[in-house]
Design a protein around this ligand. Structure first.
Ligand code: BTN
Length: 271
């Protein structure tokens, strides 16, 4: 075990008890402190089974999308990653991120009663600020084994954020004034994720989840800006299609956006 990985036996036991019989969380790796839960799974990809959940109280090298860092102070959030090894086709990997976002939104809405919404493809926003980010990585080992690592970071009990994040980030505590049991949140997310992932595998795409996802989509009906090197444009967000692409009405036509950064007017300071 690496020097900066301190196991957390108590939380491991509690989570295992909560997730008994589940496919997601069938094996739990819990740490007091770790560099990044995504990196833990990546390093052990070969030997770890499908459904392994890695979770930490603190990450010293939390990673975000587009090479950004992810602040993960001790005891303030949910910092966890799930290993998926049974995806039949690798080209469907980006859709898992949509499934994960819906699972997190469902769980947070259920536990807090707060109006948590999804910003395409997989940020969760509350009160116009980001409360959760998801980093999905596809990895292959030297002998060709493939795994999808879904890293989920949720801000739960922070009372404030450093100046550079104060305009864009928030926590469940700041928005609701309440304290939440983080392991209960993890349990609920795993439950919903497993259920939604099954529906996704059955349908072969996102057709079974599209309607619920679109109801929670903060981009829908809003003016949005697609930030892309090759084809930047503005339009009105409609919703996702069964492939998880964002449909945007622009200049009388509907364009399907596969990837790229999307700004929504009124969210994260875009006005
Ligand atoms: C984003 O930039 O929005 C994605 C942030 C993802 C953060 C989570 S925290 C658990 C997992 N481990 C990491 O290093 N990153 C993800």
């Amino acid at each position: 075990m690496m020097k900066n990985m301190i196991p957390d036996r108590e939380r491991k036991q509690k989570l295992e008890a909560r997730l008994t019989g589940c496919e997601f969380g069938s094996k739990v790796l819990a740490f007091v402190t770790v560099d990044s839960t995504n990196l833990v799974l990546k390093r052990e990809l070969e030997r770890l089974p499908h459904g392994t959940l890695a979770i930490a109280e603190e990450q010293t090298f939390g990673r975000g999308r587009r090479g950004r860092s992810w602040q993960s102070p001790a005891g303030t959030g949910v910092w966890m990653s799930l290993l998926i090894k049974n995806l039949p086709k690798t080209d469907k990997a980006p859709m898992i991120t949509i499934v994960a976002a819906l699972a997190v939104a469902r769980a947070l809405r259920e536990i807090s009663d707060a109006d948590c919404l999804i910003k395409w493809p997989n940020d969760i926003v509350l009160g116009g600020r980001k409360i959760c980010g998801i980093l999905t990585e596809m990895c292959t080992t030297e002998n060709g084994q493939m795994g999808i690592i879904v890293g989920i970071g949720i801000n739960i009990s922070q009372c404030e954020f450093p100046a550079e994040l104060a305009q864009t980030a928030t926590s469940l505590k700041i928005e609701t004034g309440c304290e939440f049991d983080r392991l209960e949140i993890v349990g609920r997310i795993m439950c919903h994720f497993e259920d939604l992932y099954r529906q996704f595998l059955q349908g072969g795409d996102l057709q079974n989840l599209q309607e619920e996802y679109n109801q929670l989509l903060v981009n829908a009906g809003k003016e949005i800006q697609i930030i892309s090197e090759h084809d930047p444009f503005r339009g009105i967000g409609i919703g996702i299609d069964a492939q998880g692409r964002l449909l945007v009405e622009s200049g009388g036509t509907v364009k399907a956006v596969l990837s790229g950064e999307v700004s929504v007017r009124g969210i994260y300071g875009y006005c």
